[in-house]
Structure formats: structure tokens, C-alpha cells
Design a protein. Structure first.
Length: 343
């Protein structure tokens, strides 16, 4: 994280851990506010890779699961980088800045994905760089998020994953009540001051909870290569193109789609547990005997207590059996509807 920006967050009361603003003193109250009011969040749990150069579009088009030709100055997208066997190495949010493409990933994956993508460059006229210290990304969420931002920036995108550029910032509309702002470390303090007059500052874990409730997966080191893209619902949130050309894992992803042999899906659930579930924790149901029926993809403390999770598991187990965290003797998952329909 940019040191100048980190110092600014600390001055505003942020509790930092490994360069991430975890909270502003009371995570329980911050989660409650996130659920019911308008909040401002520093998204330092993510980093940004920049793809620049005249071959940047072609380079990304040949590697990622979505059609990069549809990314523009007014439209962002979700995508993934997969292995040759179709297993997801990283999920990402992609948007354009000038002629460059920005790839937002969990901070823990920035270094390994920078190295991975750079290995493919060869003679292509493209440069992959870590832009995490050059860009401050803020999240604003709540029923008044649009009003607050429009007062300070101007006309906002109207469609989900729409993008708009302003003099010193760019804005993505994540969903109906969430926006993401990208700006420079120099301009971020002024923007933070202005927005925080109408939106309560909250820690990164609040945005993680919002992503979980929205059914947006983030692959982390513990879950790399665990899932084919459809298992984490990338096809349902617009993260896969089935009309583009080849990319690593495309044959597996396409076969899963066209043959309809999907055995696992990602579900939203709540679990009352004394300790937070972790990505990669196993789930059990009676039909699988001694084998796990699924794993936790993402987890976050929930308003009012307990934890909300995104769980990838056997469809049959979800439909017919109680599902438990850790063992058949441990806490049950209480499933909740996702904001988009499952097939």
C-alpha cells in the first residue's frame, strides 16, 4: 500500500494489518451500518495489475475467460485466469484506464499473478506491472451512495459494471447500491474527506461481506485450482464468454457448459460458529460418508453475529441434506438465496 495513503487512513482512525484497513474501531457497529446505511471503505485488501502496450488487448484476450474486447472506458467486467485443466487461479475485476487495462485481484495474489502473466509475454508488445501503490480504490455502498457520489463527481454510470471517467477519478458501478472509485494517492484524502461527511468509514471486512452477499467470489491462495469457473458461478455473474476464442482451460469450461454436467455450485449461507470459517475449510453432509461435500470459498463476519459464507459444494448435497462446517457434528449451514438465480 502507498505509505502516504496508509498514514492518512491511520490519522482517520483505521486499524491497519498488513497494509489493509481492517476496521475503524468497532467492526460490529461498522457491519450493522453497512447493512442499513451508507458507508465508505478503503479497498486495500485488493491490488491492481496494469496491462499496457499495443498488444495488451490481444494478450489478455488469449489468456482470460471473458471477452476483453467488451471492456471499454464505459464498461468493466469480471473474468478469470485458469489452468490448462480449467481450474481457476484467480478471479478479477477488469476496467480500462486510457489504453491500459487494470486487473483488480486480492492483494495476496498480486505478486504470483504478476509473475504468471509476465511468463506469457514473450515477444508480445505488452507490459504487466504492479500498479497497487499508484492507485487508491474506494468503495461506497448504501441507499444514498449514488446521491453522495453524484454530488461530488457528476453523472454516474447507470448499468451494473458501467464505468465513467472524471478529472481525478474513475467510477465503476458494481451493483444497484455499490460503487468503486479509483483515484491517485494524492487526490484520495480530499475525496475521502468529502465522502465521509455523508458515509461512515468502515473496514475492508465490510466490503468483503457485501461481496459475499452479492455472490461475487474471490479466489484466494487457499482455494487456487479448487474450482472450475462455473463452480464459483462465474457464468452467472458475466465472467465467462462462450463465444470467444481459445484460452487456457477453455475446453473444460466449454464442455461443462454445453454438456450440462455441472455437479457443484456456489451457495450463500450463514453459519453460527465461535470461530470464523476460512477459505478452503471443508463441508460435510451425510450422503458423502467420510468425504467432504464442499469447501468454503469466502467467509466474513455478519451483522448481528455469526458468519456469512460462499460455499462451493455438491448440488445433490445442498438439495437433500443438512450441510455442516468441519464435520457432521459441527455447526450447520443455513442457506440463503443468492441475488441471482441458479440454473
Amino acid at each position: 500500500m502507498n505509505i502516504f495513503w496508509q498514514d492518512n487512513l491511520i490519522q482517520h482512525g483505521a486499524n491497519m494489518d498488513s497494509g489493509v484497513a481492517q476496521d475503524f474501531g468497532n467492526i460490529s457497529a461498522e457491519l450493522d451500518t453497512t447493512a442499513n446505511n451508507t458507508v465508505l471503505c478503503d479497498l486495500s485488501q485488493f491490488g491492481t495489475l496494469r496491462a499496457s502496450g499495443e498488444d495488451a488487448l490481444t494478450f489478455l484476450q488469449n489468456l482470460l475467460s471473458n471477452d476483453i474486447r467488451e471492456v471499454s472506458k464505459t464498461s468493466a467486467q469480471y473474468s478469470s485466469l485458469n489452468t490448462a485443466k480449467g481450474r481457476v487461479l484467480a478471479t478479477m475485476l477488469i476496467w480500462q484506464e486510457g489504453d491500459d487495462y487494470l486487473l483488480q485481484l486480492p492483494r495476496e495474489l498480486i505478486a504470483p499473478m504478476h509473475k504468471k502473466l509476465s511468463m506469457y509475454v514473450l515477444r508480445a508488445k505488452v507490459k504487466i506491472s504492479d500498479a497497487s501503490d499508484e492507485i487508491v480504490v474506494l468503495g461506497v455502498s448504501g441507499s444514498k451512495a449514488s446521491e453522495v457520489l453524484q454530488n461530488h463527481l457528476g453523472k454516474l454510470p447507470q448499468q451494473a459494471l458501467g464505468a465513467a471517467g472524471f478529472e481525478q477519478a474513475s467510477v465503476l458501478k458494481i451493483d444497484e447500491e455499490r460503487f468503486q472509485i479509483s483515484t491517485s494517492p494524492q487526490h484520495a484524502p480530499k475525496l475521502w474527506e468529502a465522502i465521509s461527511e455523508k458515509a461512515r468509514p468502515v473496514g475492508s471486512r465490510c466490503w468483503d461481506w457485501l461481496n459475499i452477499k452479492a455472490g461475487i467470489p474471490n479466489i484466494l491462495p487457499q482455494t487456487q485450482e479448487h474450482f472450475v469457473a462455473q463452480m464459483v458461478n462465474l457464468d452467472l455473474i458475466g465472467g465467462i464468454s462462450f463465444n470467444k476464442g481459445c484460452y487456457p482451460g477453455q475446453e473444460i469450461v466449454a464442455r461443462t457448459h454445453y454438456l450440462g454436467k455441472q455437479k457443484r455450485r456456489m451457495y450463500l449461507a450463514h453459519v453460527d460458529s465461535d470461530e470464523s470459517p476460512l477459505p478452503g475449510d471443508e463441508l460435510y453432509s451425510a450422503d458423502m460418508e467420510n468425504h467432504a461435500s464442499g469447501v468454503i470459498a469466502n467467509a466474513s463476519a455478519a451483522p448481528g453475529g455469526g458468519f456469512d459464507v460462499l460455499a462451493v459444494m455438491q448440488i445433490a448435497s445442498h438439495d437433500a441434506y443438512p450441510v455442516h462446517l468441519g464435520s457432521l457434528l459441527d455447526a450447520k449451514l443455513a442457506f440463503e438465496p443468492l441475488p441471482y438465480p441458479l440454473p
